[in-house]
Design a protein around this ligand. Structure first.
Ligand code: SAH
Length: 391
């Protein structure tokens, strides 16, 4: 395993690699371009460096405050308690913990801390981390020294056990493809080299593709409208949901997102500032807004339920973040108190992360609404393609 120690790769390497591939094979789908930029071994964005924090390109909720992981840990402990079979004396299935895209491992460490105090059964479980970056795996290992950890590149070898866990800002980092509407016809939106990298347009979507893109029966869209499809995200949700339907458990999915796939939501960010999508691939973060409706359809199709999404601010308020922040602040020195309240504000305020970020919960089929959600957050049947994407 090669572990780079800093992000010293020449961005031209990735650009020329992509341009060479286009010269050899023709234009790429946007998803392939993003996959090359983020995940090419050694030189992809997530492969060789640490993008997080004030010094990095972006900051995530667990890196803002330990309160975020604490509240998620409490919530999952509650779900674990609810999911326990009545005590019949029979042996209970041993659960496992999962995190998709754990970054620095901060969120898992904060959840482990809470479980260590309140739910030792969860603290003792094996942890399964879905992580493709060798560099971030070494950081996760340093952060999570107390636990038994199994790393996975993908979801093909999950343990046959109830799964409790989380995916925070994971689905948004997966490659997304674009289609674009021209004179009433949806076409693939491709990446070309002419000679610089940029967008081009390809063949019309076939009837099967229109269905796959949730676009069949959709009313005509204005010229230039973009639709998005994250096949890897849908495949991953399908596997997680089938697993939860079979073995039980609960997984929180938290991401910036919306409930349709219409509009170009892809953004490239470097040092906390937006940059052009084709600027220095491999050196900048690329993400998109997650289509929670598509994920909920996958969950239903696999026999599970995706409850939500609700806004992160609403969810955290409902599960008691304010009281927890105030309690922590009363024991803190003035500087620390100000930092805590600023972190609270950043997590829940609609102007910051509170509205754009959404929370959903993957659970087996059944009745009941968990804390943090409301009855009408529960989707019971797939939305027809005609209803999708019109909002
Ligand atoms: N959850 C963390 C980090 C989110 S960043 C936090 O909240 O701070 C996205 C994470 O997903 C990184 O750890 C990245 O390496 C990982 N990742 C991205 N694409 C992946 C893929 N296809 N399979 C597995 N992990 C992936």
């Amino acid at each position: 395993m090669t572990v780079a120690t800093d992000n010293d790769i020449n961005a031209d390497d990735v650009t020329s690699m992509i341009a060479a591939q286009i010269a050899a094979d023709g234009p790429l789908s946007l998803a392939t371009y993003i996959e090359r930029a983020l995940a090419t071994p050694d030189v992809g964005y997530y492969q060789s460096g640490d993008p997080f924090g004030r010094e990095g390109d972006f900051i995530t909720a667990p890196e803002i405050s330990g309160l975020f992981g604490e509240m998620c840990g409490l919530f999952l402990a509650h779900m674990f308690e609810l999911g326990q079979p009545l005590d019949t004396g029979a042996e209970k299935p041993q659960p496992a913990i999962i995190e998709c895209g754990p970054g620095r491992g901060t969120l898992m460490a904060d959840m482990q801390h809470v479980w260590g105090q309140l739910m030792p059964e969860l603290a003792a479980c094996h942890i399964h981390l879905i992580e493709t970056s060798p560099y971030l795996r070494t950081i996760q290992q340093q952060t999570l020294t107390e636990s038994v950890i199994h790393w996975h590149d993908d979801l093909s070898a999950l343990p046959a056990a109830p799964l409790y866990g989380i995916a925070n800002e994971f689905f948004d980092a997966l490659p997304v493809a674009h289609a674009i509407c021209r004179e009433g016809i949806w076409r693939h939106r491709l990446v070309i080299a002419d000679p610089d990298l940029g967008f081009g347009e390809g063949t019309p979507l076939t009837a099967t593709e229109l269905d796959r893109w949730h676009l069949s029966n959709k009313a005509a869209s204005p010229d230039g409208t973009v639709a998005e499809l994250c096949i890897l995200g849908e495949d991953i949700m399908h596997i997680l949901a089938a697993h939860i339907a079979t073995y039980g458990g609960a997984i929180l999915i938290i991401d910036y997102g919306k409930s349709d796939n219409i509009g170009d939501t892809v953004q490239a960010v470097s040092a906390h500032k937006p940059v052009d999508l084709f600027y220095q691939p491999g050196q900048v973060d690329i993400s998109h807004w997650v289509d929670f409706n598509a994920l909920a359809d996958c969950a239903l199709a696999a026999g599970a339920r995706l409850i939500g999404p609700v806004e992160q601010g609403t969810f955290l308020a409902k599960i008691g973040l304010k009281a927890r922040a105030e309690q922590a602040a009363t024991h803190a020195a003035p500087d620390m108190r100000r930092a805590l309240l600023a972190a609270y504000d950043r997590l829940v305020s609609p102007a910051q992360m509170g509205s754009a970020f959404k929370v959903a919960l993957l659970v087996p089929q059944g009745e009941g609404t968990p804390p943090g959600f409301m009855n009408n957050d529960i989707k019971t049947e797939a939305v027809s393609p005609a209803e999708r994407g019109d909002g």
